[in-house]
Design a protein around this ligand. Structure first.
Ligand code: AHR
Length: 686
């Protein structure tokens, strides 16, 4: 039977075999030409593999970086959740003004008995008792300015909000206004929503009718018909009645990648331009919080906005959680950065209660009986980020609009905590549980707030005892420290945990600070086999709302400027390699003011040489690219050069900025380095 079958199908089989051979040969040849490119053979023998996630970003809601900053919401205190615990002067109606144009009257107050959601307890009640009439403006009073209480030509009872300092709108710009509201009176209530300048001139207007007796979301679109730097959002009820209001939002329609509930486009683009390998969030001290009740709990920050739990920001203001874990993960994905959430190690900041000033409570630890649930919360984060859309927590991610996993790889546990027995016990419990369930997740331990000392030693010891993959180091230092310690990692133990330099900066935003950071960063690249990640901190600072003086990007409600430190960070993070190549730059090794590194990016085929001169005289180095078998004849040279004291500002944005040019490349050449400069040379191996 088999023989018959074989004979019958013999020629057909032969043809099939021939086809298979041909396709195998073809695919082998195609594979050869696609993958066996010279790139792979171009890696010099002196090269060593380094981290591909070396340079990333640290994001914390400090200096109004999130609410009033990167998070694009324009209304301040949109949910009436501000309170004296945020800031002694604040209460649920802060930043709202009650208005009664046309001699109307009624009342405006806060209630809590039937909130839109239990997580969002306060809401406002507007009672419109009488709609007046705007007095005729003819004859003698026509030229007189309107009283401040009459901000619109239309009479009514309402509220207005001027945002975080001021709201800036541009002619033609579109906004979505939305509100949760409930009709409390017998009749529906008409509301005019408008954007107005401070003189009451209407720049955009729309009408909504609150006609549902249960909490419902109403929204409308507004397009500004002129530019205005001090816009107010005005809600004016023009019919008698009573209504409840909550989560009032004015959101620009033009956000980064047009994400609803998204990010301010200009600021987000600055981060995208840096091509960071990862983004750490939500802090900083914000992560472990001011007391255990203030720890950042990720589950409170996902889901519908009206259900998120707002809380005090330990930097002296308020967190709406509008920029929550979903938005952080989405942004990471949007710019190709790995998410690096930092979760509290079940202890709060050692400065809780203001220890450094008035003698606060110090570090607080979550009671042991709460640890089981807390550990589950950590495990649930992995399922939320990486689980299938049919898993319990993956389904919540999918419901928010992201059915595919986010590919979470790193989790930080703790933020520069004091290494107490309480910390150690809780860290170990969390560590063991995560490693047991998710062995592929790389956990990042912590080693206190300084570059050395008791917590530093104890943090490292604990991490090494537990074989933690990576340990977070933090230090804010003088520029001279960076120069003196540029070789810090040359002798680090290669057989222990790797380093994540999670927060560092020199104290200042002058060129000298940035250049010493660049010098130090050449040491990070040189040691990219033991330093696996690094992020400058803090990232953003809002003009007039700053709690930390040295920052990377300064902004206000319509503008920003970049520090020399930003330019240095961008030059490193947008030009990363996966191999460090020794012996390419010949320099005077005794000159501690000249730093250099050479990396090779095997994906792009780029050779990237970084040269730093932190001295006040011109220096010279020799570059020898002959270790690379093929080198292009042209490349790009970018220089960041300025006097040591030079810095940028809102009125002088470009005093310090990198300048690029195309240059001819020889295998051997000499490069002169201007005083106080950072030079980057990039050439391809094609
Ligand atoms: O980056 C500012 C603060 O510095 C961080 O919140 C904290 O971790 C560090 O002390």
């Amino acid at each position: 039977m088999a023989k018959q079958f074989f004979e019958k199908n013999h020629s057909q089989l032969r043809f099939h075999c021939w086809c298979i051979c041909l396709s195998l040969w073809l695919s082998f040849t195609i594979n050869l030409s696609t993958y066996a490119q010279p790139k792979n053979t171009l890696i010099p023998k002196t090269a060593k593999k380094i981290s591909t996630d070396l340079f990333g970003l640290f994001f914390e809601d400090i200096n109004y970086a999130a609410d009033g900053g990167l998070y694009a919401e324009l209304i301040q205190n949109r949910s009436f959740e501000y309170s004296p615990t945020d800031n002694r002067q604040w209460h649920p109606l802060s930043f709202w003004e009650y208005i009664t144009p046309g001699f109307s009257y009624g009342s405006f107050n806060v209630e809590t008995n039937q909130p839109v959601h239990i997580n969002n307890p306060h809401y406002a009640v507007l009672n419109i008792e009488h709609i007046g009439t705007v007095p005729p403006r003819t004859g003698g009073n026509a030229q007189q300015p309107l009283p401040a209480s009459i901000t619109t030509g239309r009479p009514g009872v309402g509220i207005k909000n001027s945002g975080f300092g001021n709201i800036v709108v541009k002619k033609g710009e579109g906004f979505t206004f939305s509100v949760f509201a409930k009709q409390l009176s017998v009749s529906p209530v008409d509301i005019y929503v408008s954007l107005q300048n401070t003189k009451g001139k209407v720049l955009a207007e729309s009408k909504i009718v609150i006609d549902k007796k249960s909490w419902s979301n109403y929204s409308t679109s507004l397009i500004a018909d002129e530019n205005c730097d001090s816009t107010q959002v005005v809600l004016l009820a023009t019919s008698k009645g009573k209504l409840a209001l909550d989560v009032l939002s004015l959101f620009p329609q033009n956000t980064f990648k047009n994400r609803p509930n998204g990010l301010r486009k200009d600021l987000a683009q600055l981060l995208a331009d840096m091509k960071p390998a990862f983004i750490r969030f939500p802090g900083g001290c914000l992560a472990h919080g001011d007391g255990v009740g203030n720890m950042y709990r990720w589950k409170n920050t996902i889901g519908p906005l009206e259900q998120r739990v707002e809380q005090k920001n330990l930097w002296g203001y308020h967190q709406t959680a509008g920029l929550g874990y979903y938005e952080y993960f989405q942004f990471c994905e949007d710019i190709g950065a790995k998410p690096l959430p930092v979760l509290p190690a079940a202890v709060s900041c050692q400065n809780s209660g203001g220890t450094w000033r008035v003698g606060g409570t110090g570090q607080q630890a979550l009671p042991m009986e709460e640890m089981k649930d807390y550990i589950q919360e950590v495990l649930d984060l992995v399922e939320w980020a990486n689980g299938s859309a049919s898993s319990t927590w993956g389904a919540k991610r999918a419901a928010a609009g992201h059915p595919t996993p986010f590919n979470l790889k790193y989790i930080g546990i703790g933020n520069e905590d004091k290494i107490t027995p309480e910390f150690e016990q809780r860290f170990k419990m969390i560590h063991d549980a995560v490693k047991a369930k998710y062995p592929d997740i790389e956990l990042i331990g912590t080693s206190g707030p300084f570059h050395s000392g008791e917590d530093f030693d104890k943090g490292w010891k604990l991490a090494n005892d537990l074989k933690v993959a990576v340990v977070d180091e933090h230090y804010y230092v003088q520029p001279e420290w960076l120069i003196a310690n540029q070789y810090r990692y040359d002798n680090y133990n290669r057989n222990a945990g790797k380093v994540y330099l999670g927060e560092y900066a020199s104290w200042g935003n002058k060129q000298y600070n940035a250049i010493t950071e660049a010098l130090f960063m050449t040491g990070l690249e040189r040691n990219g086999d033991v330093v696996s990640m690094a992020s400058y901190a803090p990232l953003f600072a809002k003009q007039n709302f700053t709690q930390w003086t040295t920052d990377m990007i300064f902004f206000n409600n319509s503008d920003y400027y970049l520090t020399p430190n930003y330019h240095v960070q961008k030059m490193f993070s947008a030009n990363q390699g996966d191999y460090y190549v020794d012996g390419i730059i010949l320099k005077d090794n005794l000159d501690s003011l000249v730093g250099s590194s050479c990396v090779y990016n095997s994906k792009s085929g780029d050779i990237i040489v970084k040269l730093v001169n932190a001295g006040n005289t011109t220096k010279s180095v020799k570059i020898d690219l002959s270790a690379f078998k093929a080198v292009g004849i042209a490349g790009t040279k970018t220089i960041l050069s300025a006097s040591a004291d030079a810095k940028n500002g809102f009125e002088s944005k470009n005093i310090v900025q990198p300048v690029s040019e195309q240059i001819a490349i020889a295998k051997n050449f000499e490069q002169s380095l201007p005083p106080m400069s950072f030079t980057l040379i990039k050439v391809n191996t094609q």
